[in-house]
Design a protein around this ligand. Structure first.
Ligand code: ADP
Ligand code: MG
Length: 559
């Protein structure tokens, strides 16, 4: 074998590792779920690769995961015969964290002394492989990639550096060996080299894994002597293929953590089945918190695609529009070819049909939350509302429904958002438009002089301060027959007394003419307004003009 090389973890990875080594996460058992989840993914990838590349020399006859505890050595090995990793992949995948925004998140983590908040932030990472350092003071990884001759051995105690070397021989796939921390052994419940403990953890967190998870266990023999036998611990049942009524929420939750790489329970579970000309099953989840990179450019989207229980791809974009990129889960189709490619999927009308149905189902699920569970709806909207609103413009077929499930800040209440329906219900009879103002932040627009008269007259104004609000409000003509009317544009007629209006116009005619001439280079017109009560003047746009924020956005985009 070649020489052993010592390397440093990327700075971000080091910080995350620190957190794991000093185990601020309370449920340590979850390390096993993470390692099994990785092993299962690796086997999925191998089976797929062998379908797609007929020249790949691999044995796919007995794909499985093996758990090997060793009481004497105080080690636990999780072994799979999946795709394995090349040396560069080990460096890239295990030594670094590629997610953009990681550094910012860690900064946030550093500033919080609240343990629960830290756990929630960590949960957003789905710490995966690093969680092994919760229970091990040294981790050894031995891996050989399918189709390659040499293998790679990686080792670390999680304290900033790791060693990596090329070795001549290893079975195809990956073996992760944990050198268990001594402190955990004292607590019998946490003996991770004990077969009964391990069996319980696997049944609880990884039962649905589609590949056999095997372990040697003691079986009582006929003569009272026990024998060691290789046992398959998990039931291997695909959760999405089981009838809805027979699946426990706790099972859905564990499955969610596996597909979403999340550590928290989902907010909502959507399980549906379509029969008929194009059969499929879908199991989708809405997470409880937004990932920190929800608005980063490289944010992935789409469910995992399976064809007749065979994993085909992660992040199948054709199944989910961008504005629902936070939805996770699985779609298993009966009538697609195992060789299906992204190009084929893009043109497949049946896939477009599936997507339409899933989108409807997700949106109506939120609608049900809204009427049935206000708290959870609020959680949903706080986390994902800003993304969902992109669909008002992006998905015209559903814009009405999206508007219906949206809520907005308004002048009525500081702390409570309002839906458009609620706004309309409160409108005085003679109000015929939904008044709104847009801007960068609530505090800025709230103090805008434009609002004064509306406030004085007790009229509610929507305060739209998300960047995306500028976009949709320009393009959507109305909701439930009520137009959207910007209070900074055109003539908003608030005055009932037109006689007084006429008198005032006469009184101010001279001033107005003088001002119009003086300002003729800068403004189109100077007119009397009833919209102000304490400020002397304000600038308004024409009804067709862009708002200042939108103008700025276009300018920034170079237009
Ligand atoms: P995640 O699973 O969310 O990507 P992990 O930290 O669990 O994050 O794993 C990081 C990456 O390391 C995986 O995406 C995968 O590419 C690789 N990996 C981890 N375990 C294995 C394994 N047993 N076989 C092959 N690749 C693995
Ligand atoms: Mg993982």
């Amino acid at each position: 074998s070649t020489q052993v090389e010592t390397a440093e973890f990327q700075a971000e990875a080091q910080k995350l590792l620190q957190l794991m080594v000093h185990a601020i996460y309370s449920n340590k058992d979850t390390f096993l779920r993470e390692l099994i989840s990785n092993a299962s993914d690796a086997i999925d990838k191998l089976r797929l690769a062998s379908y797609q590349d007929k020249d790949l020399q691999v044995d796919t006859d007995d794909l499985h995961i093996l758990i090997e505890p060793d009481q004497e050595q105080r080690t636990l090995t999780i072994r799979d015969n999946g795709i394995g990793m090349s040396k560069d992949e080990v460096r890239d995948l295990i030594g670094t964290i590629a997610k953009s925004g990681t550094a910012e998140l860690l900064q946030e983590l550093k500033d919080t002394s609240d343990g629960a908040a830290a756990q929630e932030l960590i949960g957003q990472f789905g710490l995966g492989f690093y969680s092994s350092f919760m229970v091990a003071d040294k981790v050894t990884l031995l891996t050989r990639k399918a189709g390659e001759d040499t293998a790679t051995r990686w080792e670390s105690s999680g304290e900033g550096t790791y060693t990596i070397e090329t070795v001549d021989e290893a079975p195809q796939g990956t073996a992760v060996t944990l050198h268990l921390k001594a402190e955990d052994q004292e607590d019998r419940l946490l003996d991770y080299a004990d077969t009964r403990t391990l069996t319980q953890i696997v049944k609880k967190h990884s039962d649905f894994i589609a590949w056999p998870i095997r372990m040697e266990v003691d079986k009582p023999g006929e003569d009272g002597e026990s024998t060691r036998e290789l046992d398959t611990i998990n039931s291997m049942k695909a959760l999405w293929a089981r009838p809805k009524g027979e699946v426990e929420q706790s099972e859905y939750n564990e499955f969610y953590k596996h597909v979403a790489h999340d550590w928290n329970d989902p907010l909502e579970t959507i399980h549906l089945r379509a029969e008929g000309t194009f059969e499929y099953q879908a199991l989708l989840f809405i997470p409880a918190t937004a990932p920190f990179d929800l608005f980063s450019r490289d944010q992935k989207r789409g469910a995992q695609l399976y064809v007749k229980r065979v994993f085909i791809m992660d992040d199948c974009e054709e199944l989910m529009p961008e504005y629902l990129r936070f939805v996770k889960g699985v779609v298993d189709a009966q009538d697609l070819s195992l060789n299906v490619s992204r190009e084929i999927l893009q043109q497949d009308r049946r896939i477009q049909m599936v997507r339409r149905r899933l989108v409807k189902k997700i949106l109506t699920t939120v609608q049900e939350l809204q009427s049935g569970d206000a708290e959870r709806y609020k959680t949903f909207w706080e986390n994902f509302g800003q993304a969902v609103k992109e669909g008002i413009v992006g998905d015209p077929d559903n814009s009405e429904l999206i508007l219906d499930i949206s809520s907005f800040e308004s002048t009525r209440d500081e702390s409570e958002k309002t839906t458009l329906r609620q706004y309309i219900e409160r409108m005085p009879e003679d109000q015929d438009a939904i008044y709104y103002i847009t801007g960068n932040s609530r505090s800025k627009i709230e103090n805008s002089p434009h609002i004064e008269a509306f406030r004085d007259k007790g009229l509610e104004v929507l305060l739209l301060s998300d960047p995306i609000d500028e976009m949709w409000v320009e393009s959507v003509p109305e909701f439930e027959g009520k137009k959207f009317q910007s209070i900074t544009k055109g003539e908003v007629d608030l005055d009932e007394d037109s006689e007084q209006d006429a008198q005032q116009k006469e009184d101010f005619a001279g001033v107005l003419t003088w001002m119009s001439t003086a300002l003729s280079d800068d403004v189109k017109e100077v007119r009397l307004s009833s919209r102000l009560s304490s400020s002397p003047a304000c600038i308004v746009g024409d009804n067709h003009d862009m708002t200042p924020t939108l103008e700025k956005m276009y300018r920034a985009m170079g237009q």
